[in-house]
Every structure is written in structure tokens, then in C-alpha cells.
Design a protein around this ligand. Sequence first.
Ligand code: DAH
Length: 347
Amino acid sequence: MSSSADREDLRETLEDIRSEALEAIQEAEDAASLDEVRIRFLGRNGRLARALSGLRNVPPERRPETGKTANLVKQTLETTLELKVDELAALVEPEERPATDLTLPGRPRWKGGVHPVTRVIDEICEIFKELGFTRAAGPEVETDWHNFTSLNIPLDHPAADMHDTFYLDEGVLLRTHTSPVQARVMMEHEPPVRILAPGMVYRRDPYDASHAPAFEQVEGLAVDEGIDFIEFRAAIDYFVHRFFGPETRTRFRPSYFPFTEPSAEVDVSCIICGGSGCAACKRTGWVEIMGSGMVNPAVFEAVGYDPERYTGYAFGMGPARIAMLRYRIPDSRLLYEADAGFLEQFA
Ligand code: DAH
């Protein structure tokens, strides 16, 4: 055998070593005989080492290639040996195995958490629950009657244009806001009604730092005998103080929505600068958090409530915007991209 190491070309010898060693590994019946195979072939004075000592007799131009082959053989044998070690270990009865050290701490893995927008929605719902509101839900695939007509938005009205959306079929669309849940709840239940309806809405909007074609809204509706603007303001103030903190001020700005009259945009004093003016509030000291108003009697008529007997208020907010304010998230896309590294901070 050793005479073969003198041969000019070692490749054949290496091939012999490879096949003989693989066979020996395969035949090994326990760890001790496997160890013996390892020493015989891969040991310091083993077959492979001895064969390689003949490398200097190989003509220089063939040496790199032969060296490469030798390395490959070595790696193959080492890997096969390792696999065989595992294979033999698995055959040993559990009680004969050496005790496993279980004290090594595992690598921590993030198991997931509540998304910041969901967290905001849940908090909003919890606060309004204290005022007697329950959760309601409606379908994301809506009829244009619920989405527009019942809410006093004629289909040819500019307010409907602002809600340009995805039509699925004649008269069927992806809802552009959660307000149609108002109509659904009122058609199902007699007053008093106090509901919050969180959910996904869809619009033909761009996907950029402050827009998304699909986003969450939370709708609120309260209807009863004798609800007036003062109760409405008190409810919103209560919510703002509970959610943003007792020092936060509220401002009602006149606005227009077809389904409320009067309508107001609700601003809160900027929770980042406290109202003195910063980039987040565009130096105004105020940030808008919702659209709202007293329910328009036309909506009561559409759903079959007596507008002479009942009054109410409604509001709609975007929890993603609120989450961005609260957690100082500069770009809304961060909320939609399911990047665990980013979301983990809020869990
Ligand atoms: N639905 C409106 C929107 O998506 C938001 C809104 C405004 C809801 C006023 C309301 C409301 O209930 O009273 O732009």
C-alpha cells in the first residue's frame, strides 16, 4: 500500500482510501470501532496523511488539483463520520446515554405581540365601554346603499367622489368608511344605541407615508332620547382625557359631513409638544383625531328611526394615525409591512 504513495499520480490512491474508509464507517457497530476507523484513515499517521506525504512526488502542475481532491476526500470522510456518530448515538438506549446538560439557556425568540394599531383600537373600545358602548361589526364588502345613500350621501355628490373606491359589482363595493355600520346597527336595533365599530376600510388612495389603500377606522354612534351636543362634547372630552392624558385639550372645528349636522372635526392639543408647536402638529399646536357631529335626521329617516323622538352623535377616527402620533411613527407604511423587528418594540 505505502508503495502506491510513491506513484506519480495520487488520485487513484485517494479514491481507494475514500471507498475503503466509507465502507469501514458503514460497518462500524459502535463508537469505539468508529473511533478506530477515524484514527486509521484520518489520524495523524493515518492512510490519508501517509498518502499526502507523497504529494511532493506529484509533478508541480498536478499538485493543486490533487490537493483539492485530497481535501474533498477528507471532508467527505469527516462528514460521514459525524453522521455515523449521530446514527450510533440514536441506537443507544436513553438510560445509557450520558446525561444531557439542560442548563444552557435557550435563544430568546419573539412570540409575537399585539400590533400597535390593534392596541389603540382596543384601548379606544375599552374607554368607550366605560360610557356604555359595545362593539359592533359590519361587512367590508358593502352595498352602495349602506356606504353612501343611507348616510345621506347621494351617489353623484362630491362627498362620494372623495371616497372613490373599489367596485366589485353593480352596487357592491369595498366600504370606504366604517359609517355604514351605523345604518346596519340602527336597522337591526331600536334605540338606545351605543356602539363602536372598528374595522378595515378601502379607498383608491396611494400607498405613501400618510396614505394606504386599506386602513383601519373606528366608528362611534350614540342614539337615544334627549342626547344633546353637551353630552356629545362630554363624551369626546372624557375619551380624550382618558386616552391622551388629563392635560390634553380638545377643540371642535366646524366641518361638513352629509350624515351629521352640525359636524365638527375634533382636534387635540399636540401630545408631542403640548401645544406650543412642533413638526408633528405643523407648528399649529393641534392635531386632528376624528370627524364627528350630531346625527343628521336624514339618516334616522333612512333607517326608520323617528327623527322627532331621537337624537344622537357619531364620530369616526383613524387608529393608525393615532398610533403614529402616540408612538411617534414617522411613516404609516411601517405599520403595514409586518416587520417583526419594528413591531417588536411595541409588544
Ligand atoms: N366616515 C368619515 C370618513 O371616513 C369619518 C366620520 C366623520 C365618521 C364624521 C363619523 C362622523 O361618524 O360623524 O371620512
